[in-house]
Design a protein around this ligand. Structure first.
Ligand code: UDP
Length: 330
């Protein structure tokens, strides 16, 4: 089997490439390195290109016949998407339509899409299942929802079968320590806490402690990046077995507050983490927790690293590696 992984040099994409290679799948990575890292390419064939560049995409599909595409390439910063919606619509929607058109033209039948809990907007109830209304609050969330709609129409019209995987809070790192998260700027809670723990950052801000939750801080469903990759493999198997499209919410169905995550980090690291109280961040719902019953029932998904201490421990291994590298560079 040969799979094209767009965004294969990014956080989740690079973990996926590693897992696919371990499964003896042939992999080609398509990445423009706008946010991905060259040292995240641990194997496979690299095609440097942009999903907005139709000729670069066409060349990649001419060179190889792909059985499936896994599409991770995407801009992901909610706040940036509010300031620059055009950038998000162009990259995340138009770019994906380009990719789909070329994939369809080359006879690809199976497509796995990185969607997001951001498609749901403010929760009407918790935990959030697949029937929950979709009212995204940001251009980022809208861009993911728009692609899900495009995929439904492409199946009807062109016979492209797809699975949309709505990640809740992707977190953690390769348990072997070879890969992890390295966004620039970093906006995600766990890496920011661990940077404060390693001394690469003075403190971590707590965005709001007056939410209607047990300790006043926001509750999120953190899901290990390796478990997300497992879900992608299962999605591919499902597509090959059933030729049916579907969407699944991926989380551990258990929420942790910002303060609880800081507590987990302090247990893992063995010292206290400097924190700073800050105003709420606009657009953050109080609680976001997934109901992943459908993914478990239909894909057979079984998260392996579902406790927060393990997620943070793997992220800490990676943070220590980054901190060491930074020290050497300075
Ligand atoms: N958060 C925080 N301080 C930070 C970054 C995030 O308190 O420096 C909070 C944020 O308000 C949210 C949770 O941590 O409730 C997770 O945020 P993240 O940006 O990691 O993911 P999101 O839930 O926005 O996708």
């Amino acid at each position: 089997m040969r799979v094209l992984v767009t965004g294969g040099a990014g956080y989740i994409g690079s973990h996926m490439v590693k897992m696919l290679l371990e499964q003896s799948v042939e992999v080609a990575i398509f990445d423009n390195f706008s946010t991905g890292h060259r040292d995240a390419v641990l194997g496979g064939t690299l095609v440097e290109g942009d999903i907005l560049d139709l000729s670069a995409l066409d060349a990649a599909f001419r060179r190889n016949r792909f059985d499936a595409v896994m599409h991770f390439a995407s801009l992901i910063q909610v706040e940036e998407s509010m300031r620059e919606p055009a950038k998000y619509f162009r990259n995340n929607i138009v770019g994906t339509v380009h990719l789909l058109d070329i994939a369809v033209a080359h006879g690809v039948k199976h497509f796995v899409f990185s969607s997001s809990a951001a498609i749901f907007g403010e929760p009407c109830y918790t935990p959030i299942d697949e029937e929950h209304p979709t009212q995204p609050l940001s251009p980022y969330g809208f861009s993911k929802l728009a692609v899900e709609r495009v995929l439904a129409d492409y199946e009807r019209a062109y016979g492209l079968h797809s699975i949309s995987l709505r990640y809740f809070n992707a977190a953690g790192a390769d348990p072997e320590g070879n890969r992890g998260e390295a966004h620039d700027p970093e906006t995600h809670l766990i890496p920011l806490i661990l940077q404060a723990a390693s001394g690469r950052r003075g403190s971590v801000k707590i965005y709001g402690d007056d939410y209607p939750t047990a300790d006043g801080t926001c509750v999120r469903d953190y899901v290990h990046v390796v478990d997300l990759c497992d879900a992608h493999l299962l999605a591919l198997e499902y597509l090959r077995r059933t030729n049916r499209s579907a969407a699944f919410n991926l989380g551990n169905s258990r929420g942790y507050s910002v303060k609880e995550v800081i507590g987990a980090a302090e247990r893992v690291v063995g010292r206290s983490v400097p924190v700073e109280r800050h105003d709420r961040r606009p657009g953050d719902p109080a609680i976001l927790v997934a109901d992943s019953t459908r993914a478990k029932a239909e894909l057979g998904w079984r998260p392996r690293f579902d406790d927060i201490d393990t997620i943070v421990r793997h992220a800490w291994q990676w943070e220590q590696r980054l901190a060491k590298k930074e020290k050497v560079a300075n």
